[in-house]
Design a protein around this ligand. Structure first.
Ligand code: PLP
Length: 392
């Protein structure tokens, strides 16, 4: 997506709403404005019908049944609801949470908070330098501490690494724990099937897949009757009592439409994203010395490339090539000062983590835009390296 000047290569931060999604949402601001919880008239029934149609579309994207989908305000809320809703009390004290070191802050910060407020034990399992989770450490952690839930994301938002969630789920289940999967970044970029993955809960967000911001879902295996969660929000008892509050009708309809198109166009989109990402990555890695790819290369989201420009400060690089809109890490933690916890978890030095940039292409990316971006990156890296060598 180039507006003539800027090149947007930060689709993992957020995506523009697809025009077809926008068109689907349009009637729900003004014409079909009923409250889906009004049971006594046509306006309410029409709205409720639209919510259920969207629920079915969201469920279809991940191979779930509609009654297993709870609408929320986004990925962060879904993750909070899953983690905060569980009961960690056991007759022998508190059961804990196990996460992996490269999880999103929505998971990690929530665990830290649960530890501070409710003394829920939280163990972080390390990642291996090839980007994969350390399974031995997971097994060990489960042997040492009673565990209520293990959290592993489907794909990493910074490196694009895709994880073996089914393996984590099986290990968790062997120890009587649940598996929560943050699929916010993976949804729409790869096929997801909650049955094959064997997950108990899974978080989704509409704005990462060309839907509107501020809407998402939590998949709960078997529905809320099956896995008991205490609600974060209480009130009118909407969403089977798990998420009170009048539903965000346009948002939910947009989310459903976004899932519909993502599923329908997945195969083509994946190929196109991969082609653009590889065009960018190959050009940068082959035309510049001292550039390395962060994360594992075997199993990656097709649209993501996290590159380390050794010896170049990423923030200076981003400032210099400011028309190339990329980021150093996830949007929510990009204002924090420390190095990326994801890259540190992969064993990068602080210097290399500070020299790394995430490029993420999307549906609107074009060859011409990639070529323009490559040219700018090459020019800026060469310039900054030259300036550095002069100042030495
Ligand atoms: N999890 C991952 C992996 C993400 O990339 C994000 C957003 O950046 C979130 C969770 C949070 O989702 P939301 O922005 O819908 O709250």
């Amino acid at each position: 997506m180039a507006d003539g000047k800027n090149m947007y290569l930060d689709y993992n931060a957020t995506t523009p709403v697809d025009p077809r999604v926008l068109a689907a949402m349009q009637p729900y601001w003004h014409e079909v404005f009923g409250n889906p919880h009004s049971r006594d008239h046509r306006y309410g029934w029409d709205a409720a019908e639209a919510v259920e149609a969207s629920r079915a579309q969201v469920a279809a994207l991940i191979g779930a049944a509609p009654h297993e989908i709870v609408f929320t305000s986004g990925g962060t809320e879904s993750i909070n609801q899953a983690l905060r809703g569980l009961n960690y009390s056991t007759p022998n004290g508190r059961a804990g949470i196990i996460t992996f070191a490269a999880e999103h802050e929505a998971v990690l910060a929530t665990c830290r908070d649960l530890t501070v407020r409710w003394l829920v034990p939280h163990t972080t399992v390390p990642m291996l330098p090839d980007g994969s989770p350390c399974w031995t450490a997971l097994q060990e952690a489960l042997q040492h501490q009673p565990c209520c839930v293990v959290a592993l994301m489907a794909a990493n938002n910074e490196t694009g690494d895709v994880y073996d969630v089914q393996r984590a789920a099986r290990i968790a289940h062997e120890h009587g724990a649940l598996l929560l999967c943050d699929a916010v970044q993976a949804a729409g970029k790869m096929l997801l099937d909650v049955r094959a993955m064997e997950v108990d809960m899974l978080a989704l967000s509409a704005h990462k897949l060309y839907g509107p911001k501020g809407v998402g879902a939590l998949y709960v295996r078997g529905g809320t009757q099956h896995i008991q969660l205490a609600p974060l929000l209480t009130g009118g008892g909407q969403e089977c009592g798990l998420r009170s509050g009048t539903l965000n009708m346009p948002g939910i309809v947009g989310f459903g439409a976004a899932c519909h198109w993502a599923l329908r166009e997945m195969a083509e989109a994946t190929l196109q994203l991969g082609r653009h990402r590889d065009r960018l990555e190959t050009a940068l890695v082959s035309d510049l010395p001292d550039v390395s790819i962060n994360g594992g290369r075997r199993d990656r989201l097709p649209n993501t490339s996290n590159l380390c420009f050794h010896g170049v400060e990423a923030r200076a690089l981003i400032r210099d090539m400011h028309e190339v809109c990329v980021s150093t890490r996830s949007a929510c933690s990009s204002s924090s000062a420390g190095p990326s916890h994801v890259l540190k978890a992969l064993g990068l030095s602080d210097d290399d983590a500070y020299s790394s940039i995430r490029f993420s292409v999307g549906r609107r990316t074009t060859d011409a835009e990639i070529d323009m971006a490559v040219e700018k990156v090459l020019r800026s890296v060469r310039k900054l390296r030259q300036l550095q060598s002069i100042s030495y």
